[in-house]
Design a protein around this ligand. Structure first.
Ligand code: FAD
Length: 392
């Protein structure tokens, strides 16, 4: 799956740094538009692609990536450890699962079928300078010159300091020898939520088949969580499920930021950033896959119509305010998280909750989300946020 090019100096109109979810999504959206004939090069640090992540999202029946969806579930559960639980379901939406390896293969096949796109693997970008109207990019594969850069590498120091949390998880796809009695039609989104000195802990569980499940020990915390802690959490979750013997098929892990990106003002319209620290993840949830697909479509259209790429899409004002309130609440009151989340999903109509989670909420959905939140916390942090704005 790797392409190796050893030219010393290559010119391209568009250079995409990082051929992960964002870089590849943009490439395929440009390829899908047959009128686009400019040259595009993707530079990717990894040598090979693996099934390194499971992308899940709520969607309606048919969409452009339906062909690579591995599984869909129509019900999902949130539960507190030894306490309340809530199972939501929807006829309109399902929780869909795309294996990253299927997505990578799908995109790379498309890229390889074109003459104007190429992807260079094992290519690390070291240095970028601007000369007249062009950029010079130095890499271990030689030097590139281009007019426009779309940089999807994680950027440093891009979040406001407070409220900021880490969402850390370690997941294992496991084969269970004796067929499990785990409900195949239900996803455990936040299972056995509890809070300890490290932060909020819960299990995320996708039943993939009768014998295969993906189990992920997840933490929301103010400080980074060590891998050893996640291993302990995961072992505890697995034994709480009554699973004794299993074989690990693959592993995935992440440390995702949950915070507000500092500044999305674009200083140079020919060089845009779009990565996990530049606004492609939803601040309050860490979900990014659908946001990336939406951005890729709009960015590709802009390139086709006006030549220029565009950065993160403007956040809806109400959504952004609610995300800030939510982050403030969990940052300062992580203890109440299990109670707050189970109450919220219980009270809020399922479709409104899903549209809110997928950046598609209507005004009515926002109202329903707000009235499902505990009033004290909502008004307390609303007041704090406005006071801070007035004092700024
Ligand atoms: C394990 C995991 C599970 C996730 N699950 C979900 C989910 O279920 N649903 C959801 O909505 N979101 C999920 N996310 C969040 C989000 O969708 C992903 O993180 C997504 O991959 C982000 O896309 P990206 O393009 O910003 O980053 P990536 O996909 O990581 O791509 C960035 C690319 O840049 C390359 N790169 C880095 N440095 C350089 C360099 N110097 N030169 C060249 N290339 C470089 C990297 O190798 C990488 O391929 C998950 C994230 C992880 C890590």
């Amino acid at each position: 799956m790797t392409t190796k090019i050893n030219e010393k100096q290559i010119f391209t109109s568009y250079l995409i740094i990082g051929a992960g979810c964002s870089g590849l999504s943009l490439a395929i959206k440009l390829i899908d538009n047959k009128k686009f004939t400019e040259k595009v090069i993707l530079l990717e640090a990894r040598e090979n692609y693996f099934d390194d992540r499971s992308w899940c999202f709520w969607e309606k029946k048919c969409h452009i990536l339906s062909g690579i969806v591995s599984k869909k579930w129509y019900s999902w559960t949130f539960s507190k450890l030894k306490g309340e639980s809530y199972t939501g379901s929807s006829k309109k939406f399902s929780y869909q699962y795309i294996r990253s390896i299927d997505f990578y293969k799908y995109c790379i096949k498309k890229i390889k079928s074109t003459s104007n796109f190429s992807i260079i693997n094992s290519c690390k970008v070291n240095n970028i300078t601007k000369k007249n109207k062009n950029y010079i990019i130095k890499t271990n594969h030689g030097s590139f010159t281009c007019q426009y850069i779309i940089d999807t590498r994680p950027k440093n120091n891009s979040f406001i300091k407070f409220p900021f949390l880490y969402q850390t998880f370690l997941g294992k796809e496991i084969y269970i020898k004796s067929s499990s009695n785990i409900n195949q039609n239900n996803v455990k989104l936040m299972h056995n939520m509890k809070v300890d000195s490290i932060g909020l802990s819960f299990l995320y569980l996708l039943p993939i088949s009768n014998n295969i499940i993906l189990v992920e020990a997840t933490r929301f915390s103010l400080k980074k969580v060590k891998r050893a802690q996640l291993i302990r959490d995961l072992n505890n979750h697995i034994s709480a499920l009554g699973i004794e013997k299993y074989k690990v098929i693959r592993e995935e892990s992440a440390e995702l930021p949950m915070g507000i990106v500092k500044n999305t003002i674009v200083n140079d319209p020919n060089y845009i950033f779009f990565g996990i620290n530049s606004g492609n993840l939803r601040p309050s949830s860490g979900y990014g896959f659908l946001r990336i697909q939406k951005w890729a479509k709009i960015c590709a259209n802009n390139i086709i119509l006006h030549s220029k790429p565009i950065g993160p899409l403007k956040e809806n004002l109400i959504q952004s305010l609610l995300d800030k309130i939510f982050l403030n609440v969990i940052y300062e009151n992580i203890n109440i998280c299990p109670e707050l989340l189970t109450k919220l999903v219980k009270k809020c109509p399922t479709s409104s909750f899903i549209r809110f989670m997928t950046d598609e909420a209507s005004l009515l959905d926002y109202v329903l989300v707000i009235i499902s939140m505990p009033k004290y916390y909502f008004f307390h942090y609303l007041y704090k946020i406005f006071k801070k704005k007035l004092n700024a």
